[in-house]
Design a protein. Structure first.
Length: 245
């Protein structure tokens, strides 16, 4: 029986390792904007109307964070951590950039020349937060479709909460589709509560939005909860890299 438990534990650890993607949360830079716009369009089309990322980059009330692949990680570490179910095609010449080769495993094209956005992709997702008085409001959070389900969205949420706490915000709020139960569970884990409904909020299908707001995030109680959740995240995904803002 003990041997079976050990095998199950080893299997779970292996699955977690394969699903982990080495990313760091940092502030948006000008040269990230094209990639972020591509993720935004993918995530929110047909609702898509591009945000003013470049105009608001230096806006003190706006905070844009991205999940960026770690270039300093060795190829061996990367290939050990990402999903390698798709067999590599060794007969094709390897793209000159490490990330073009790695991201090819997720279905990104690398044959349209170096000017193609997918060829230079090193942004996995982003979150935009606006500070309004004592409230921090997440306006958008999105992860590249082929990279979802690997903890990137949660890491972006952690990064946005850390930034809001450092900014001096007392609560964080956001809207989510009423049907997006996966998102609801994630937000509830970080003590977001449903506080209202925005009727017909989404223009594509007139779906309602749930308004979700945290309990106060500037209290010792929330600090204890938040530290514990970060520790749980790190145990699950093996890493948690967030730059100082």
């Amino acid at each position: 029986m003990l041997r079976i438990v050990q095998l199950i534990t080893q299997f779970r650890s292996a699955v977690q390792l394969q699903e982990t993607i080495p990313v760091t949360i940092r502030r948006l830079r000008v040269d990230d904007i094209d990639q972020v716009v591509a993720i935004e369009k993918e995530a929110f089309s047909p609702l898509w109307v591009s945000s003013s990322f470049k105009r608001d980059l230096n806006n003190k009330r706006a905070n844009y964070l991205v999940a960026c692949f770690d270039e300093e990680v060795s190829p061996e570490e990367i290939l050990a951590e990402i999903d390698s179910d798709k067999p590599a095609q060794e007969e094709n010449p390897r793209p000159p950039k490490l990330w073009a080769r790695v991201l090819g495993r997720f279905g990104f094209s690398s044959k349209d020349g170096p000017g193609d956005v997918d060829d230079i992709f090193d942004i996995a997702g982003y979150v935009s937060v606006w500070y309004q008085g004592e409230e921090a409001h997440i306006t958008e959070i999105a992860v590249k479709e082929t990279l979802r389900g690997r903890g990137i969205g949660e890491l972006l949420l952690i990064g946005s909460l850390k930034a809001a706490i450092e900014h001096g915000s007392k609560v964080m709020t956001l809207e989510a589709r009423v049907s997006n139960f996966i998102a609801h569970r994630l937000y509830q884990k970080y003590n977001f509560k449903s506080v209202g409904i925005r009727k017909a909020y989404y223009s594509d299908n007139r779906e309602d939005a749930v308004i979700m707001t945290t309990v106060p995030i500037d209290t010792p109680e929330y600090h204890t909860l938040f530290v514990g959740l970060q520790s749980t995240y790190q145990t699950r995904w093996g890493r948690m890299e967030i730059d100082e803002y």
